[in-house]
Design a protein around this ligand. Structure first.
Ligand code: THU
Length: 136
């Protein structure tokens, strides 16, 4: 792993440990690397009303925006979970990534074995629905 990716991975693992998952027991951590070098992390947070649970990817991207950053500030994104293959983000999070990140931004999918798969947002969600479709 490249040094900066290693740093993102370490932050995502810290968030992974903070995940609130009393129902699924499936922890996920994520980290955004900003162009200024700042790393913002997040985890999944579940609810007894299951549908209200929030995935790690969305927690992290919402936090990034809540802190005042926008898609052009985001350099890379990384996700980690205890999966055999590098974690595959859910469809809802792919749609949110398409909204809140540039389509050519790289997403590092990882797992606890440190396997890595790199995909651009556009590869994770091809032909995505966007705000531009609303204006036609
Ligand atoms: N989850 C994530 O946080 N990210 C993913 O990419 C897949 C699923 C969460 C949602 C729920 O808290 C738990 O993992 C099991 O689905």
């Amino acid at each position: 792993m490249e040094k900066i990716i290693e740093k993102m991975y370490e932050e995502a693992i810290k968030a992974y440990k903070n995940a609130y998952t009393p129902y699924s027991k499936f922890n996920v951590g994520a980290a955004v690397l900003l162009k200024d070098g700042t790393i913002i992390k997040g985890c999944n947070i579940e609810n007894a009303s299951y549908g209200l649970s929030n995935c790690a990817e969305r927690t992290t991207l919402f936090t990034t925006y809540a802190m005042g950053y926008k898609k052009d500030d985001i350099e890379k994104f990384l996700i980690v979970a205890n999966t055999k293959r590098p974690v595959s983000p859910c469809g809802a999070c792919r749609q949110v990534m398409a909204e809140l990140m540039n389509l050519d931004t790289e997403v590092f999918l990882t797992n606890l074995n440190r396997d890595v798969k790199v995909m651009k947002v556009s590869e994770l969600i091809p032909y995505s629905f966007s705000g531009e479709d609303l204006n036609e």
